[in-house]
Design a protein around this ligand. Structure first.
Ligand SMILES: [Zn+2]
Ligand SMILES: [Zn+2]
Length: 153
């Protein structure tokens, strides 16, 4: 049996979190990791106490759902709320972060971004990442470990 690598494990965690998304437009999950420990996780969803898009439909403006906070932001804000430093951390996301999330990720001191799928990779986001010396790498979510787990049950 193949031992799951840390990178694969954290990416799997982000995919699990994406299943918690409350907006149908895109299910995204994000996991913030420091020293191989998960310090926060997030998925795209409404502000606490607000209705969910899956119940009420999206709140659209210019083709974007304005109700949701993105998974990456939710993970970073969880750190802010709990007083956990994100400096030097790594973030695992199911999709390449949007421009606003990219800016927040850079500003939070995160040094590495692993993403599973390209998603409108914004030119300016890429420029900012290169300029900031942040490593970003696509690592595909390998479902073989999930299959292996289910087979061994
Ligand atoms: Zn929505
Ligand atoms: Zn975003």
């Amino acid at each position: 049996m193949d031992r799951i690598k840390w990178e694969e494990y954290f990416m799997a965690q982000s995919h699990l979190l994406a299943l918690r998304s409350t907006c149908q437009r895109l299910s995204v999950g994000a996991t913030v990791v420091k020293d191989n420990r998960i310090i926060a996780g997030g998925y795209n969803g409404s502000v606490s106490g607000e209705v969910h898009c899956i119940d009420e439909g999206c709140l659209l403006e210019d083709g974007h759902c304005i109700r949701t906070i993105h998974a990456e932001m939710n993970a970073l804000l969880q750190c802010a709320k709990q007083g956990v430093s994100t400096d030097g951390a790594t973030i695992y996301v199911t999709h390449f972060p949007c421009l606003n999330c990219t800016k927040s990720i850079i500003q939070s001191g995160i040094k590495t971004i692993y993403y599973a799928e390209d998603y409108h990779n914004h030119k300016y986001a890429l420029k900012l990442l290169d300029q900031s010396g942040i490593e970003y790498k696509k690592i595909t979510f390998d479902q073989k470990h999930v299959a292996q787990y289910l087979l061994n049950k």
